[in-house]
Design a protein around this ligand. Structure first.
Ligand code: GLN
Ligand code: ZN
Length: 759
């Protein structure tokens, strides 16, 4: 009998109920009890949806983040939050967001915990904070209460926790101490937790140690051994879960650990399954993640079943089936979709459907295919339709991709030559000023876009409204005296969706939300077919904007790598291939902009870095195709056309060569919080092209002073010659309001003038 289970269920709710409840609570529009009730009812629904499984996860629900929950469970709460209030949920939100509510009167603000990406996903967790004095003190109340709650609902519970070693790995030492030194203290706290779980009658415990798919040095491997040999002291059975990748050199270690079963991501590590079966002692359980928890495609059930049959024969009861990872990373329910094209819809599967798939597979194995014959036949039909659909395959695109050559990737002349011609053309002062693209997205702008979408605003009226916004934005920029202008991006809802909506091969869900952090969700568009660009996407707006000013107006595009990394992508071709298709489509747009007189074109690659694979050994291969895609997109232009790119982060140490290989004439980056130290790597690498290190932290409402910005740019000038520096904010201004933006930019322009005079 194959056993079914799930590693984690999305917590936001089918209609983002959790988001709305949280935001109301923070605005003090609902009471804490009401928020708690929403949590309880969501959990209840989620367990109901998982009823058909043999084991359901408990403890996967969170009001903000499961890593932060773990920190609270272990009593690792930053000093600055202790003793602020006697309400632990509010303290919890204080660590998450810096405060417990949105009201001005809540003066008990503290610095929010740092947030970072959960492995290679778009989920962000709150980084545990450590120092040499960190101590732990168990508070298992939350998970114990949820176990009780689940049991009362008849759920066969399998609590989920983050393992001690991954927990340490995910955190950050705030002093020079080695966080691994804390393991000896942490183990007894976990031991106590497991004892509590045993008392609560827990049979199986899911312990996540996702770091097993990473390159681990000896200390960390040793830590895993030490932890599990110490913890295996009760009757509670451990299912050690790994996901997002292969175990590779850690496979042996994983097999040796004294646990009762191992979960392997059989999507990403399919070729390790047989080895795992061979190496794992034959009394242990093997859980295979056979349904992809990271994408939205239907599983090919018949194919998977054929593959599973001999494995099931071999393992019998030892075989468990599950999605590859927690379903936190996919939308909740396909049934909510009312507007998706029926054919595309038939190819998709969200969290609830993915669990159905697991159940169908197990029933076919346990009871024979006949009992699920209809489901298998339907699935075969959907898989077949997707394989052969001419909505997916476009020969013209395939032909173009096949014709990609080296020449397309290179500018006509070297940067030195280009820079000369561009200087002649633009005649910019030293320390030229510009912005990153967007200006405040006011209430009126959003309303116009909404009305237009709803059909209550006509094409013409919408166009007029947006042109008015562009006009205003340009007038403001001219008044401010910026050197290089932007049109302000009023017409864009989102930097990926805006382009996706105009490209073929893209579909958009209504409710396909995925949690990004806390109450924040994203709705990644779905790439289902070959990408092409039927008509120009931005040219009209840019041309209009340029017609209003003598100053250069940057055309504004999102790059292929970012579009790819922020979409759900196809699983029937490589990411690299999809990226090349995107590159060709955006390249067409670049050339059309140039042809219509736009002299500077910015291609944002905000998400280039986050696409890096989990293992360093695979970085180069990714960077090779990602940079190639950028070069195809950008490098078809004349020497006199200036290519800008923008990246919203501040870590370039290990990818600086790739960044230089992009060969953009100007790169703008986020630096204002790093005191320009980040430019060291550009200096050391002798990065040859122009750089705009952000001097205005747009994530904060603060208005930077002239002195502060001059000071930052002086520091920049110690590292990069003034001739190659630009002055600009860290990122786009769309989340700020005009009252903040104006004084900040007045100061920024003044800073540039002072720098110029002093040069
Ligand atoms: N051009 C975009 C903007 O200004 C860039 C946003 C980003 O990089 N995240 O909003
Ligand atoms: Zn940015």
């Amino acid at each position: 009998m194959a056993i079914t289970h799930n590693l984690g269920f999305p917590r936001i709710g089918k209609k983002r109920e959790l988001k709305y409840a949280l935001e109301k609570y923070w605005k003090q529009e609902i009471s804490q009890q009401e928020l708690l009730n929403t949590g309880a009812s969501l959990r209840q629904n989620h367990w109901k949806e998982q009823q058909a499984l043999d084991y359901s996860p408990v403890g996967d629900f969170s009001f903000y983040d499961q890593v932060l929950d773990t920190s609270f469970m272990l009593g690792n709460i930053p000093q600055r939050v202790q003793n602020i209030s006697d309400n632990s949920l509010d303290d919890y939100f204080r660590v998450a967001r810096g405060r417990s509510s949105a009201t001005e009167s809540d003066c008990s603000c503290v610095q929010a915990g740092e947030m970072t990406k959960w492995f290679d996903t778009n989920y962000h967790y709150i980084v545990p904070e450590f120092d040499k004095d960190t101590t732990f003190k168990l508070d298992a109340s939350r998970i114990l209460a949820q176990i009780e709650e689940a049991k009362a609902q008849g759920v066969n519970v399998k609590p989920v926790i983050i393992g001690p070693v991954s927990y340490l790995w995910l955190g950050k030492a705030k002093d020079a101490s080695n966080k691994l030194d804390l393991l000896d203290q942490l183990i007894p706290t976990y031991a106590q937790l497991i004892l509590e779980l045993e008392k609560a009658g827990v049979e199986w415990l899911q312990i996540d140690e996702p770091i097993l798919v990473l390159e681990l040095d000896e200390d960390w491997q040793h830590a895993l051994r030490k932890a599990y040999y110490s913890l295996k002291r009760t009757s509670v059975k451990f299912l050690l879960t790994t996901y997002f990748g292969k175990l590779q050199e850690n496979l042996n270690l994983a097999c040796e650990l004294p646990v009762d079963g191992i979960h392997l991501d059989a999507i990403n590590a399919k070729d390790e399954v047989l080895k795992l079966i061979d190496w794992l002692p034959n009394f242990k359980v093997i859980s295979l993640g056979v349904v992809n928890g990271r994408n939205i495609w239907k599983t090919d059930l018949n194919k998977t079943l054929e593959w599973l049959k001999p494995i099931h024969e071999l393992l019998g009861d030892r075989l468990w089936l599950a999605p590859s990872c927690s379903l936190l990373h996919v939308p909740v329910d396909l049934e909510s979709e009312e507007k998706l094209d029926a054919e595309v819809l038939s190819w998709l599967s969200f969290a609830i459907q993915k669990l159905d798939e697991v159940t169908i597979l197990s029933r076919a194995l346990n009871e024979g295919e006949k009992v699920v014959a209809d489901a298998l036949a339907d699935n075969a039909k959907a898989i077949e339709s997707r394989k052969n659909s001419d909505r997916v395959h476009d020969n013209a695109v395939a032909t173009r991709v096949a014709q990609i050559n080296d020449e397309m990737q290179n500018r006509v002349s070297s940067f030195t030559e280009r820079a000369k011609r561009q200087q002649q053309r633009f005649d910019l002062p030293l320390y030229p000023t510009t912005t990153i693209g967007s200006f405040p997205q006011t209430g009126e702008i959003r309303q116009s876009r909404r009305d237009y979408k709803a059909g209550t605003l006509s094409d013409d009226n919408y166009k007029n409204a947006m042109q008015e916004e562009i006009k205003r934005c340009i007038r403001e920029q001219e008044e401010l005296g910026l050197d290089v202008l932007v049109h302000g991006e009023a017409e864009r809802n989102d930097m990926v969706e805006y382009f996706g909506e105009q490209l073929t091969g893209y579909a958009f869900s209504q409710f396909g939300w995925v949690q990004s952090y806390g109450s924040r969700c994203v709705k990644p568009p779905i790439i289902y077919g070959d990408i092409s660009r039927p008509t120009a996407m931005t040219v009209e707006w840019s041309r209009y904007a340029q017609s209003l000013t003598e100053k250069p107006m940057k055309g504004m595009l999102t790059g292929p790598v970012t579009i790819l990394n922020w979409s759900f992508v196809r699983d029937d071709q490589t990411r690299a291939d999809t990226c090349l298709q995107l590159a060709l489509a955006i390249r067409d747009e670049v050339l059309d902009l140039e042809a219509s007189g736009i002299s500077m074109i910015q291609i944002d690659e905000a998400a280039l870095r986050e696409g890096l694979p989990l293992r360093k050994a695979e970085w180069q291969a990714y960077l090779d195709w990602a940079i190639k895609a950028f070069r195809i997109t950008a490098n078809g232009v004349k020497d006199e056309t200036q290519i800008h790119t923008h990246m919203c982060y501040s870590e370039f140490n290990d990818i600086i060569k790739a960044i230089a290989d992009m060969d953009a004439d100007v790169i703008t980056i986020e630096t204002s919080r790093s005191d320009m130290e980040l430019l060291d790597v550009f200096d050391q690498f002798q990065y040859p092209n122009e750089i705009g290190p952000g001097v205005y932290d747009i994530h904060s409402p603060n208005i930077p002073t002239v002195e502060a910005m001059v000071n930052l740019m002086q520091k920049a000038t110690q590292r990069i010659p003034a001739e190659r520096l630009w002055v600009n904010p860290d990122c786009g201004l769309k989340t700020r309001n005009w009252e903040e933006v104006k004084p900040a930019l007045i100061n920024m322009v003044e800073a540039s003038k002072q720098l110029n005079k002093a040069a």
